[in-house]
Design a protein around this ligand. Structure first.
Ligand code: PAF
Length: 297
């Protein structure tokens, strides 16, 4: 049975008897659930006895002029979907309960990484994510928490948060779930018009093509230790192709898988392509990990 709980106090009371004897998993969401979210729940069930899904449209992670007010709130439909995959508890608190004072004077800052990539256009976003995830961790005190890999930077920041604030929580990354045509599932895909929806999979296609070029091109492999300009020209070509398809690329970068910049003095092999691009009103994210085989001489 799936039970919906709407206050911090009653969630704490409800979880008390489970603690110690059963493993608790948390899947944090902002609702408007799709198959990507349900895949997080399925993964959570493999790692725990009790699954809590939080549904909270967190005001502190939205910037001025962003879609906080229009973000789709679909609790009834979400509840049905979560019941169908056997979630134990839905935690759907009010803004007042989560933030007695808004904006809260206490902050959780992730440092340099939060001003890069998505942080360039959403400078306060990850501070809000860090704060709400810390609160959810304190409220639920889960053994494991599952996050989607589509939000690659968010996942990296949460891993950093767990490390730096000593949370005793295992973080599990769930692979991106895609539509049949390759578009990564996202609640914001519904902002796409019918025509834009047809173009949208192109983002994934060009990211995959870039990944192929990185793994295949011998000259990059040989040059990567000393010359990152070849890499940059491949990235620039991909940006041009994506823009030509009708997107406005926010960023497209190749980083180390921990999101540190590729160093031109070390032979970095485990890389990730990360991108965000506007298509009409929708800002789409995608990423792909790639292992570049650099010949060791
Ligand atoms: O990924 C999301 O939906 C949100 O950023 C999260 C992790 C639930 C925090 O509000």
């Amino acid at each position: 049975m799936t039970t919906t709980i709407t206050t911090i106090a009653s969630l704490r009371d409800t979880l008390k008897p489970h603690r110690g004897t059963q493993r608790i998993a948390l899947v944090p969401t902002m609702g408007n659930l799709h198959d990507g979210h349900l895949s997080l729940v399925k993964l959570a069930k493999q790692h725990a006895d009790i699954v809590v899904v939080s549904i909270f449209v967190n005001p502190t992670q939205f910037g001025v002029g962003e879609d906080l007010d229009s973000y789709p709130r679909t609790l009834d439909a979400d509840t049905q979907k979560l019941a169908s995959v056997g979630v134990d508890y839905i935690f759907a608190p009010s803004v007042d309960d989560m933030y007695p004072v808004l904006p809260p004077p206490t902050q959780v800052l992730a440092g340099e990484i939060s001003s890069q990539l998505c942080g360039q256009t959403r400078p306060t976003h990850f501070d809000g994510v860090g704060l709400v995830v810390s609160k959810l961790f304190n409220i639920v005190q889960p053994n494991v928490a599952v996050f989607g890999q589509k939000d690659y930077q968010q996942l990296a920041i949460i891993r950093q948060l767990v490390r730096d604030l000593s949370y005793d929580i295992e973080i599990i990354a769930a692979p991106i779930v895609r539509a049949d045509d390759g578009l990564a599932l996202s609640s914001r895909n519904q902002y796409l018009s019918a025509d834009e929806r047809k173009i949208a999979p192109v983002l994934h296609q060009y990211v995959s093509q870039l990944a192929d070029k990185l793994t295949q091109a011998e000259h990059i492999n040989e040059a990567s230790a000393t010359d990152l300009s070849i890499l940059q020209s491949l990235i620039d070509d991909s940006i041009t192709q994506i823009n030509d398809a009708g997107f406005k690329v926010d960023y497209l970068e190749v980083r180390r898988q921990d999101l540190q910049n590729i160093s031109n003095t070390k032979q970095d092999t485990a890389l990730v392509i990360v991108t965000a691009a506007w298509l009409g009103k929708a800002r789409l994210l995608d990423n792909q990990q790639v292992i570049v085989k650099i010949p060791m001489s």
